[in-house]
Design a binder for this molecule. Structure first.
Ligand code: AMP
Ligand code: GLY
Length: 434
């Protein structure tokens, strides 16, 4: 940290560890504050207590404190403070803030809104009906007939609001359960293909594409078990054609940015398109938008990014991009494997001791962290589990195979009792075995 700028990173997961680390590498950044961060992160970063992200008053107090501390840029990691207007709170204090306003964050917070924007913008996406009652849901299911559907709760639901169904009975059951959570459903045709996460910095008008990544959402090997926040990720994704960068820009990101601007709610920050792709037929569809970096995708994208992250965040926040359309990436591959606590995602077990001392990994400032810490807290001299996803072990190398081998080697050096992890992260891409 050689510069004079002060940055504040909001969040406490593996993604925010990666955000704070990458910002700390910028020649412009002199100090890093995290709110709240966690006990696995470097001690050189100041820590502020967590604000209640459901309360505007708490977010305003955080923004005021940031102004008093002369923070130059705030970077928001998670979705809920964005959906609740944290960026509006920082902007009201005159602080540049990387992330969309509350109105623009609706692209993630409401799947029905996202669908409406996609339709208006002509973005390829699955056919869907919005249902505001169980009767409307039933009518939608009848219209889909024998086709398989996906039932989605409208609001943010911590990854639990989506059910991929395999029969009309299952779809009816899912509609009832999810309707009880959100009161509004999206009933959508089920698409086939492979999923990728493609993100871009956005300044309200222009976008700059990152390279794509893939995460592994299901808990268990072979994509079995319940959906989670993400059990591992890798980047780059082999097989994505070069011309898709231009298609992604002109068929997805630009039309959406234009539509959001037309509505008077320009999108600034990081827009994440979750895509289903059919490489054989050269087709893709947007399944969802997120208004922030993916977790754990950020843990593989940021180490590969070969540019000053602070500059991109600031330019996105201030709405002043250069005309570049792509962000420069290293050719190296990166893999992250998530270690979760037993019981994740339903009821993770807390208080289990994690081997190794706190603050041991990466603290040499320019090296890529070996471990991105998430759900850990310090007890005496050791770290214990305090969340679902406990840490991510990261590997990098000239090939995905090498990156993968390094990630698993590091994972095994930081074990804890009944640690849950997938053994097949990036496996299909490398053809290797473990
Ligand atoms: P979402 O939160 O909308 O991305 O949905 C979570 C997960 O559900 C996605 O990552 C997909 O695995 C699956 N999914 C969502 N929509 C569809 C769809 N239309 N067809 C097939 N799978 C889907
Ligand atoms: N890893 C998926 C997400 O962050 O939404």
């Amino acid at each position: 940290m050689s510069g004079t700028r002060k940055v504040l990173i909001v969040g406490s997961g593996g993604r925010e560890h990666a955000l704070a680390w990458k910002l700390s590498l910028s020649p412009q950044v002199g100090s890093v504050i995290v709110a709240p961060g966690n006990d696995g992160w470097p001690v050189a970063w100041s820590r502020w207590a967590e604000a209640n992200f459901a309360e505007m008053a708490a977010m305003k107090a955080l923004a005021r404190r940031a102004r008093e501390a002369q923070v130059d840029l705030a970077v928001i990691g998670p979705d809920d403070p964005l959906a609740n207007g944290i960026v509006d709170a920082f902007n009201a204090e005159g602080i540049a803030c990387f992330g969309p306003t509350r109105a623009a964050a609706q692209l993630e917070a409401s799947k029905a809104f996202a669908k409406e924007v996609m339709r208006a913008a002509g973005v390829p996406t699955a056919e869907a009906f919005v249902a505001n009652s169980l009767e409307e849901a039933e009518a939608a299911l009848v219209r889909f007939g024998k086709r398989d559907v996906v039932v989605k709760a409208d609001g943010l639901a911590l990854g639990k609001g989506v059910r991929v169904c395999f029969s009309p009975e299952e779809a009816r059951q899912a509609s009832q359960e999810l309707f009880a959570i959100s009161g509004r459903l999206l009933i959508e045709e089920k698409l086939q293909g492979e999923e990728i996460s493609w993100m871009a910095f956005c300044d309200g008008e222009k976008c700059a594409l990152l390279e794509p990544a893939r995460d592994h959402k299901q808990l268990k090997d072979g994509n079995l078990g319940p959906n989670t926040g993400g059990m591992g990720a890798f980047s780059p994704v082999p097989g994505i054609p070069e011309h898709w960068y231009e298609r992604m820009r002109s068929e997805v990101f630009h039309p959406v940015l234009k539509e959001m601007k037309r509505r008077g709610t320009p999108f600034r920050g990081l827009l994440y398109a979750g895509l289903m792709v059919d490489l054989q037929h050269d087709q893709f569809w947007v399944l969802e938008f997120n208004a922030r970096f993916g977790d754990p995708e950020a843990q593989v994208l940021l180490p590969r990014m070969d540019e000053d992250f602070y500059e991109w965040c600031l330019a996105s926040a201030q709405g002043q991009f250069p005309s570049a359309v792509r962000v420069r990436f290293k050719s190296d591959s990166a893999v992250v494997v998530v270690a979760a606590a037993r019981g994740y995602p339903e009821k993770p077990q807390a208080g289990v001791s994690v081997s190794g001392k706190p603050g041991q990994s990466h603290e040499q400032s320019s090296g890529v962290p070996e471990i991105f810490w998430a759900g850990v807290t310090r007890q005496g001299q050791e770290l214990v589990t305090s969340g679902g996803r406990v840490f991510g072990a990261m590997g990098m190398g000239p090939t995905l195979e090498q990156a993968r081998a390094q990630a698993y080697e590091r994972l095994s050096s930081r074990s804890f009792e009944q640690m849950v992890f997938r053994k097949d992260i990036a496996l299909a891409q490398t053809g290797g075995g473990r």
